[in-house]
Design a protein around this ligand. Structure first.
Ligand code: BV8
Length: 317
């Protein structure tokens, strides 16, 4: 940052430099995290201390948690499905969808992929091309059989609730609890109470329609400690490492970069000479002011800044 520059000047300088590189780039990757869906009303893993009803979300997103109490984990995912279905894609999702169409059109010499860690389905609902959208952590709307012998997968199941017993577990907080009348009839709001977690038997949970022995279905997401789908990871590796020229630019959007292997792609692109553009509400100041080589930082809501930054390439969103 040149000492005399004001923050807005820095932003515009950053934007100008970034857009010059964007228009020269032939191979672009976007790495997406929960921050992109915040302005669609969805919580992040870090926001609200990463809690759902006093449960640590990361602890619930594990095979052990499902093994110990599948009813609890299904109530967690039933809430995630419910909130994701209520949400709508935002301009950030549509901007990447536009980029994906360019990446697929024969007229354009641009090649592009989106690597999303989000399981909320908002990128595909924004019209993003299926071929270059990689949902590396799966989707809330895929269900798969837990039996080792059965490979049944129910793709794009948007039925809500999935079972009768999961019906009234969608609200995190008990709606009837936050309004009380004081002695003198004054309305006073009290701290919201969690909707109590129910103890559900396996019979009350989604069952595999193929296995006659009542095997449970589980959410089609990748849980911590589980490997990512190999076929999908191989395609991403090929795009980043081998196919044709190296990646010119990686857009790092609304992610804390704490989860492996998703967080390894940025360094792998940098190692091959690619440049990095970060869109996040929380970015180191040195990056924001342009002190870090080959890295741009656009601090703010990705749903706003992404369409703005990509405009010269994708037009108005
Ligand atoms: C594996 C699906 C091996 C489920 C998810 C110790 C050290 C290093 C790594 C490990 C370790 N111990 C274990 C590991 C590996 C582990 C891992 O990385 N753990 C972390 C926690 C340390 N990884 C795994 O377990 C992976 N598997 O390694 O397998 C293996 C190999 C072979 C055989 C067997 C096993 C599997 C990882 C996938 C887990 N599943 N999701 C579900 O969603 O329920 S991860 C889940 O959490 C999300 O998908 C996402 O990836 C992650 C959350 O990260 P973000 O999306 O970045 O969200 P976060 O809340 O953190 O940050 C939000 C950001 O947005 C913030 O920066 C914020 O500032 C910003 N923001 C907020 N508002 C906005 C905004 N930005 C822009 N605009 C806004 N408006």
């Amino acid at each position: 940052m040149r000492p005399s520059e004001s923050p807005s000047t820095t932003m515009s300088t950053q934007l100008k430099e970034f857009q010059e590189h964007l228009l020269k780039s032939k191979k672009i990757v976007a790495l997406v995290g929960a921050g992109l869906s915040v302005s669609s009303g969805l919580p992040t893993f870090r926001g609200s201390q990463g809690l759902w009803k006093n449960f640590n979300m990361i602890d619930l997103a594990t095979p052990d948690a499902f093994y110990i109490d599948p009813g609890l984990v299904w109530q967690f995912y039933s809430w995630r499905r419910y909130t994701a279905l209520k949400a709508k894609p935002n301009k950030g999702h549509y901007a990447l969808a536009k980029l994906s169409q360019m990446g697929k059109s024969p007229q354009s010499d641009l090649t592009y992929i989106t690597i999303t860690q989000n399981v909320d389905g908002l990128s595909s609902r924004s019209g993003h091309c299926k071929e270059n959208l990689y949902e590396i952590h799966g989707s809330l709307f895929d269900l798969k059989c837990t039996s080792f012998m059965c490979n049944f997968v129910d793709h794009n199941n948007f039925k809500q609730p999935l079972t009768k017993a999961l019906a009234d577990t969608e609200e995190e907080f008990d709606p009837s609890h936050n309004r009380k009348r004081s002695l003198d009839e004054q309305e006073v709001s009290i701290s919201p109470q969690f909707n109590p977690v129910k103890t559900l038997s396996e019979k009350e949970l989604p069952q595999c329609p193929v296995c006659k022995d009542g095997s449970l279905l589980r959410p089609g997401v990748v849980w911590f400690g589980e490997s990512l789908p190999l076929s999908l990871i191989t395609k991403v590796d090929n795009f980043i490492e081998s196919e044709g020229s190296p990646v010119d630019l990686i857009l790092v959007i609304g992610t804390s970069g704490t989860v492996y292997p998703a967080n390894s792609y940025v360094d792998r692109v940098k190692l091959k000479g690619g440049k990095v553009a970060i869109f996040n509400t929380d970015i180191e100041n040195d990056i924001v002011v342009g002190k870090v080589k080959d890295t741009w930082g656009f601090k703010g809501d990705a749903a706003e800044l992404l369409p703005l930054a990509l405009k010269p390439l994708i037009g108005e969103i």
